[in-house]
Structures are given as structure tokens and as C-alpha cells.
Design a binder for this molecule. Structure first.
Ligand code: SIN
Length: 338
């Protein structure tokens, strides 16, 4: 981004960063307003955890303050406790990993008793991810969560690839996706995000269907279905055979999905995710049209990654003379390279 000549008060983009040099040639980090609004919910900053990478946030507590993040997105919770798929259920891949967890979790009763109160007591905003095998299960989960303390948003996980049948991946079918969203919306007192799968021919069609059914925003993307074969045993590495691919390997796919959906549905809030390791990675998602981002797979090797990404993002914005994060949301669609 090339420096311009003066400060544009309308856009919040400070021009000629060199004239406001503090420690890195732009504005000072402290002057960057990191507040964002996601589906009508104001968040102090745009960096969240990603569902499934740190249970309900407690696992990250030795490494970061959950209240310092925009929000904590919890592992998808189901109506009943579930042990998930057989092991092995994780495998390394080039620039990423496969998981075949199968929605392991304590179930909604334990979640409401232990996990959500823990987050609320720490002042963290919770985006609770819910998953079910039927429309009725999703609706029941939304009902159980209505009015729960600390609940900021619901993320409706209609895209988990690790289920017994592809027919349960509601996000692969616009009508099935809409049925789930409609049922959850009818029960939820908080904004609802639909989490989409990249494993579809036309993600814009699924996104549009979810929004028509009442989704207040979209989370994208969930993992891509993949597999690895052990060349010694000649067998799939994962006991579940296939798993969800995450990490930097999928980042360009995720940025493309966010870009396409924002281009088609510019007013729809997006929580972007997929292989974010750094502040610059996060910036790509914001430029593509996301109002906030989730950091997921990175925490497996750097548990403090979400706060690091947040600090890096702030610095990168300051370096570019940008004083308001909200000004970069979708900017790649409208601004010529400067
Ligand atoms: C899992 O628990 O299998 C992963 C959840 C998901 O990818 O949605």
C-alpha cells in the first residue's frame, strides 16, 4: 500500500503514514480503533478463537486472557455427551492437518453448567457453536441456550464433515441449510451465524439460502474433506477414513469463499477463518469482506496465537496508516492498490 498525502477523516485511513511515524513508520498502534460489529454485536476487536480448537476456552487460559479476544467460539456442542470417532483421528498434512474428531463433547447440560459460566465469569464473550443430526436437535439446542449468561452469538455448525452420512452435512444443500437456520432463528434470542462448508459447487447459493432463512451472518469456512493413506500399512491413516483439512493449506480457498460471498451479498456480516497464522493473514480476510476472523489450527503449535495475531494485525494496520479497522472490511473489492 503506497502512502498518500493527507488524512481522510471520512474513511479513517491516515494518509502519508511516514508523517505520523512512531515506531514503525505509520500511526501508533494505540491509535488504531479495533472495534468491529459482527451480525449486530459489537466486539472490542475482530480476533476470535475458532470452534473446535480449544474446547470452551479453558484450555487456552494459561496462555491468554479469553476476555482480551473479540470472543471465544466454543467447540460445537450437541444435545448429549459424545465420544466422537475412533482413533487415530488427527493426521499431519503439508501446511495443515486433518481431523476426524466426530463432534466429541460433554453435551449441552454439562456445557451450560460448567463451560459457559466459566467464560462469563472471566468477562469473555461467547459464540456458542451448536451441532445436531436433525433440524429438531438444532432447534432444541437453541432453545436450551436462550438467555444463557455470556452468550453473544450462536454459530450453527451445519458443515461438520465428520458425520456418518453426507446427508447430515446440511451446508451441502441450500434447502437443508435453510431449514436448520430457520428453526434455530425461531428459538434464539441472539444473532445466528451459519457455518458454511467449502465443499460445495456454489457457496454463494448456500450463503443466500441461509440469509433468506434468517441467518444474521455467516462463518466461513469449515474444513475441507480430505484423507491421507499410510504407505506402509496401505490403509487410511484416520480410523474414520476421511477428515477435515485445516491450516494454512486451505487459506486461499477460505479467502476466495469470503470474497465471493461478500461480492454477492455485501451487507451480510462474515466471520472469516481458514489457516490464519499471522496478522497479515487476518488482514486478507478482512479485505475480502470479513468483519471478524477466527484463529484455529494455529493454536495447536502456538496456543497464544489469537492474541499474537491481534497484536500483529493492529501493528500492520498502523503501519499502513489505518486508524479504524472497520475501514478495511471489504476494501479489496473497492480500493485500487495504493
Ligand atoms: C469434528 O468434531 O469432527 C470437527 C467439527 C467440524 O469440523 O465442524
Amino acid at each position: 500500500m503506497m502512502p498518500l498525502a493527507a488524512h481522510d477523516h471520512e474513511s479513517g485511513i491516515r494518509e502519508n503514514p511516514g508523517s505520523h511515524t512512531h515506531d514503525h513508520g505509520g500511526t501508533s498502534d494505540a491509535t488504531v480503533d479495533m472495534v468491529t460489529t459482527l451480525a449486530g454485536t459489537v466486539l472490542p476487536n475482530p480476533v476470535l478463537t475458532a470452534s473446535g480448537c480449544a474446547a470452551a476456552g479453558r484450555e487456552l487460559a494459561p496462555f491468554l486472557d479469553p476476555a482480551a479476544l473479540g470472543a471465544v467460539v466454543t467447540k460445537s456442542v450437541l444435545l448429549r455427551p459424545r465420544s466422537g470417532r475412533a482413533t487415530p483421528r488427527m493426521a499431519e498434512t503439508p501446511s495443515g492437518m486433518l481431523n476426524s474428531i466426530g463432534l466429541q463433547g460433554p453435551g449441552i447440560d454439562a456445557f451450560l453448567e460448567h463451560d459457559l459460566p466459566w467464560l462469563a465469569a472471566r468477562g469473555a464473550r461467547a459464540v456458542v457453536s451448536i451441532a445436531g443430526g436433525s433440524v429438531e436437535e438444532f432447534a432444541e439446542l437453541a432453545r436450551r441456550l436462550a438467555g444463557a449468561p455470556g452468550l453473544a452469538l450462536l454459530e450453527v455448525n451445519i458443515s461438520c464433515p465428520n458425520v456418518a452420512s453426507r446427508g447430515q452435512v446440511f451446508a451441502c444443500d441450500p434447502l437443508a441449510a435453510a431449514d436448520v437456520v430457520r428453526a434455530v432463528k425461531a428459538e434464539s434470542g441472539v444473532p445466528v451465524l451459519a457455518k458454511l462448508s467449502p465443499d460445495v459447487t456454489d457457496i454463494v447459493a448456500i450463503a443466500g439460502s441461509c440469509v433468506e432463512a434468517g441467518a444474521d451472518g455467516l462463518s466461513m469456512i469449515n474444513t475441507l474433506l480430505g484423507m491421507v493413506i499410510d504407505t506402509d500399512t496401505f490403509r487410511p491413516v484416520l480410523a474414520g477414513v476421511t477428515g477435515g483439512l485445516s491450516g494454512p493449506a486451505i487459506r486461499p480457498v477460505a479467502v476466495r469463499c469470503v470474497w465471493q460471498v461478500h461480492a454477492a451479498l455485501p451487507g451480510v456480516p462474515i466471520l472469516g477463518m481458514g489457516g490464519i497464522l499471522s496478522g497479515l493473514d487476518a488482514l486478507q480476510f478482512l479485505l475480502a469482506g470479513a468483519s471478524a476472523v477466527s484463529v484455529g489450527t494455529a493454536v495447536f503449535h502456538d496456543p497464544s496465537a489469537p492474541v499474537r495475531v491481534l497484536a500483529e494485525l493492529r501493528t500492520e494496520l498502523a503501519r499502513r496508516g489505518i486508524t479504524r479497522l472497520s475501514d478495511v472490511v471489504g476494501a479489496a473489492h473497492r480500493e485500487p492498490h495504493r
